[in-house]
Design a protein around this ligand. Sequence first.
Ligand SMILES: [Fe+2]
Length: 287
Amino acid sequence: MTDQAYWLHHLCIYDEKPRDHMWNWLKWYHAIPQYYWGGEEFHLTDEGHVDYTFLAAGSGFQIQMESPPFQFKYEQEWHAEHGSGVNHICWIVPNAKATVDYLMSNGCTTRMEYEEFGVYRGYVCADPEGRWIEIMDYIGDFKTPDVEFRPVGIPGLQLFGATQLTENLAEMSDWYQRVLGLRPIHGGVDEGIVFLADEKHSAERNIAMIMAEPQSEAERVLMQEHGPVISGANYQAVDLERADRDAIAAGFERVSELAMDERTGMRTSVLREPSGNLVYLREMLAV
Ligand SMILES: [Fe+2]
């Protein structure tokens, strides 16, 4: 069991056309909680700005859009192999340095050695199936800003978390509970999908990480091409029909119509965002 907490913070999308693709998210009730123009503590691109931006939609979980050129060789190599895609989920911890040996001794492999930057300290590793985990703690009072912790827009949209596709749901669900201290709040291994929440989960901070076996053709294709992968962002909405219509109007592609997902007992639609990742939209999960 871990002696420190792991709190969900963001998923990171490597996107080759972030300026174009950001509009789809913004049209779909997102806001930009932070855009870094630069400074000594951040990585500057050839154009003189920082290569990432954060987007938010009504919750404590955010999307980081990151664009080429990437800062580190390990990032460039991932991009050369996978192209645009979801690169990692980031977890805030009280002490990033203390996670390194702990995660290594629990089957993780290092992707970026522990490093202290100007405003945060970080470490990146891959979980036992290869999906990336970013660990971060803040220095001083620096923090990426939150925007809203209430459903936003006319349909009441909330970014809920991310789906990770797995080859062994029982093992990986157990691993995230045992190593990162998460707890299941919905679904189950027998259903093929498990919603896992961190210790700060509450009605106000209703976010989770979802571990699932691939079910649809779209998910199976992702797994065939990339192995166990973070397949996309998850949303919940008060007015599901409206949120679904508005997503199409904002430029997302239809993958599957709004229908009952027998595994979760929740009406769900699946969309695709411009850089190719899946977007899962479903009814609100009561806390
Ligand atoms: Fe990140």
